[in-house]
Design a protein around this ligand. Sequence first.
Ligand SMILES: CC(C)(COP(=O)(O)OP(=O)(O)OC[C@H]1O[C@@H](n2cnc3c(N)ncnc32)[C@H](O)[C@@H]1OP(=O)(O)O)[C@@H](O)C(=O)NCCC(=O)NCCS
Length: 135
Amino acid sequence: MDIEYRDEPPSPEDFARLFESTGWNADYGLTADELAAALAASSFAVSASAGGRTVGCGRVVSDGVLHALIVDVIVDPAFQRHGIGRALMRRLVAECRGRGIRDVQLFCATGKRGFYERLGFVARAEESPGMELRR
Ligand SMILES: CC(C)(COP(=O)(O)OP(=O)(O)OC[C@H]1O[C@@H](n2cnc3c(N)ncnc32)[C@H](O)[C@@H]1OP(=O)(O)O)[C@@H](O)C(=O)NCCC(=O)NCCS
């Protein structure tokens, strides 16, 4: 499969399409404008395309020094399991490392633990878990 990778965000329209493909927006209920604003506020982002169609993306929100949070790593369902997610992740991690950011973190969606463990990520210890406020 001939995939082109870019260290650039997807267009807002492509990001919205990929985001909707995950089903996450059933819960968030974000408008196209809100999704575009979130994308624009990313510290950096990457994308993948096949035959001119954007088929994957990922982005980072970061303070540029201490913390980087990898979010919205998404591959079009029709293109999953071809190594695209891994390639996008490697680009995001390389950019974080290149900028010297100390902590690179993410929240793992249900069922995706093996994907991230293959990339070297480890779950935090039980006594120091990631936490969140439920909406
Ligand atoms: C998670 C996601 C990005 C993976 O992308 P992908 O392109 O299908 O993954 P890859 O083909 O690059 O997989 C890389 C490796 O991880 C493995 N892998 C992929 N998805 C996996 C999963 N859900 N569980 C365990 N392993 C997985 C692959 O088998 C491959 O293993 P290998 O190195 O032994 O061959 C994709 O499934 C997706 O977009 N899902 C919906 C959105 C989502 O949940 N994103 C993550 C948010 S935390």
